[in-house]
Design a protein. Sequence first.
Length: 199
Amino acid sequence: MARRRTLRPEEEELWQAVARTAQPLHPGRVRSHLPKDDPAPQPPEPRPPAHPPFPHFNLGEKVRHLPGHDLAPTMRDHLAAQPLRMDAKNYARMARGKLAPEARIDLHGMTLTEAHPELIRFVLNAHADGLRLVLVITGKGSRRTEDHGPIPQRQGVLRHQVPHWLRLPPLGSVVLQVAVAHLKHGGEGAYYVYLRRSR
């Protein structure tokens, strides 16, 4: 196969003369063998940043901590948002620590698999005995190791799990209200469990 070479100036003039007399077979697809002058590439338009720029800072200045952002509400807020199913006057007395629990169970230090059956047994027995207000102590939970993972781990797993257990069968049918205990009964590390009347 012959190698293509560039035309000399006199050959170029001859070629242009012949090309002007030729009829193209496909007029829309006429191509010249001459290289076209490519237009200079346009610089891309600047796009606005996806995130706001960092606030101005000076080297060596102290870190300005922004307020923390916790997507999960506290257990106190979560329980306070639940509808009130018991007498409002008794609920107010219970929340102020004026009602004394008739029985208590301490789940502090147990694992989830140990605590769940103990809680079921305790609450069902208290209901069968006609008790109305019991105290469930979970402890606040302690963090043994620093949490450096991408997904934050909850502190006090038992403290967050007990209110869910109290809403699920078999306990949901006998529990009327759950509230965080008053400080004199354990505060954030304990729950008041107000039971329905036994029939």
